[in-house]
Ligand binder design. Structure first.
Ligand code: 5GP
Ligand code: MN
Length: 350
């Protein structure tokens, strides 16, 4: 038995909104990850099976390693097809907003979505959701938006209709947002859901191979280079920082998604509870934060780098150059670490 987490009223409002809509759009956040794509496609395949005209629009492109997901090639990328995307959003009567808590997370699509006439339904698991949607299904205690999509479809009474495509995409999101069941994955119900997805025909082991054993040689070489040459350990603060410049990306023929997961690597070092990865992009520095235990990576991201996310996985934007950002981190880290130690001693949260 899977417990009823989403409020009954929200389920019935969502069902009604789907029933009366004829043109549905699903959107998710910039730099879409496995959960953004998995939850969107999981819902898309379900809606398609119900005869609903549905399009997925992502703000920008997603990593190649997700290309195997059924119908991922039908996803419209706003950056590449802006006019078509705007037309679709403006004429939609229902827009699902998946896997983000603030409208600014859709980047350049923000105003189009804010001003469109459609009913908006937010399904998300990040803390502190904004109130831009007509229906807000927000559960930070749940490990992935994909799990929420599974729960939503079941609660609307369509479990038997869920097809293998939908199941495979949902399984992908659950797997990627728990680091292949290595964090945020102590809830027994995750495994009840995975069991149901396997019964639907998902080959979980094959899915794991497609997601994690599918890298290029250059990506592995880049990883080796970063670990041996670029990882800085701040042992007294249990922290590691790695940076990847544009020049290095060029040298190693870096493609989108190639540095996915690098931020997790230093956490396997004894005593490291906080890992920061900085990736230089043409107009910004993308920062990824990962932590273990109760070290609040999202407070760090939000307080200093205009970002946010989950306690153990968050992101933000660098300030100035990569070197300036690292210097700034070095200046704030000791006090932040001390604050965490003090609060732990006093049983307080940062
Ligand atoms: P990643 O490091 O994989 O890009 O992101 C990790 C987590 O942090 C994801 O849950 C993502 O939604 C969140 N995140 C990443 N970048 C940002 C950001 O700039 N702002 C906010 N609020 N969340 C972010
Ligand atoms: Mn997610």
């Amino acid at each position: 038995m899977i417990s009823k987490i989403i409020l009954e009223d929200l389920i019935s409002q969502t069902k009604k909104a789907i029933d009366k809509s004829t043109s549905i759009v699903i959107v998710s956040h910039v730099n879409p990850d496995g959960d953004a794509i998995g939850s969107s496609l999981g819902l898309y395949h379900f809606l398609f099976s119900q005869g609903k005209e549905t399009r997925i629009i992502m703000p920008n492109s997603f990593p190649n390693f997700l290309n195997f997901l059924p119908d991922s090639s039908d996803i419209l990328i706003y950056d590449d097809y802006q006019d078509e995307a705007i037309d679709l959003i403006e004429s939609a009567d229902l827009v699902f907003c998946l896997d983000f808590n603030q409208l600014k997370r859709v980047g350049a699509m923000e105003d189009v979505i804010k001003n469109c006439k459609a009913t908006k339904i937010l399904v998300d698991h990040h803390p502190f959701p904004d109130t831009f949607a007509n229906i807000t299904i927000s559960h930070p205690e749940i490990a992935s938006t994909s799990e929420l999509i599974f729960r939503m479809i079941c609660r609307m009474g369509y479990f038997t209709e869920m097809n293998i495509h939908s199941a495979e995409c949902i399984c992908t999101g659950i797997m990627t947002d728990t680091g292949a069941f290595s964090y945020n994955s102590n809830s027994p119900e995750i495994y009840t859901i995975i069991s149901e997805l396997i019964k639907k025909g998902v080959d979980k082991d094959a899915l794991h191979r497609k997601l994690y054993n599918n890298y290029s040689a250059q990506r592995m070489q880049l990883m080796g280079y970063l670990l041996s040459q670029k990882m800085k350990i701040y042992a007294e603060y249990g922290t590691a920082i790695m940076v990847l410049s544009l020049a290095e990306q060029e040298t190693y023929h870096h493609k989108k998604g190639d540095s996915e997961g690098f931020v997790n690597l230093p956490l396997s070092i004894h005593g490291i509870t906080f890992s920061i990865f900085l990736k230089e992009e043409t107009d910004t520095i993308k920062m990824s934060f990962r932590s273990q235990g109760n070290f609040p990576s999202n407070t760090f991201a939000n307080r200093y780098f205009n970002g946010g996310g989950h306690l153990n996985a968050s992101g933000g934007e660098g300030l100035g150059t990569i070197e300036e950002t690292v210097t700034y981190i070095e200046s704030i880290l000791p006090a932040f670490y001390q604050e965490w130690v003090d609060n732990n001693n006093n049983n307080k949260e940062i």
